[in-house]
Design a protein around this ligand. Sequence first.
Ligand SMILES: [Zn+2]
Length: 133
Amino acid sequence: MLSARTCRGIKQGGERCSAPPLREGDFCFWHDPEHQAEAADARRLGGLRRRREGTLQGAYDLDGLDTVAGIRRLLEVALVDLVGLENSVARSRALISGVLAAAKLLEVGEHEERLAAIKATLGPRFVKKDSRR
Ligand SMILES: [Zn+2]
């Protein structure tokens, strides 16, 4: 049976921490008094990173990578930066792979549009058959 040991630390909200403790201790990394400085550093760096991420996303109008439009936007930013660099073999290679990725995205986007059109045409029948699986 797996041991169900949990950290003895208390979270900010006052509840007991449910993380597994470090191998030879009663606390997880975040609550272990011996790792206090490291944990504080990690938290601070995490905060800085998130703030920087937010700033960059705003500046470049990035929307995450979970949609074709979001991926396309990031690709655009990368390609525009590349075009501005001095010509080199590496730049040409990077541009070509960017273009290939963009072409692939066009294909995927087209498929998504067609699928949406098919779903709209077939309507409820399509949904029914789909949910029976
Ligand atoms: Zn803990």
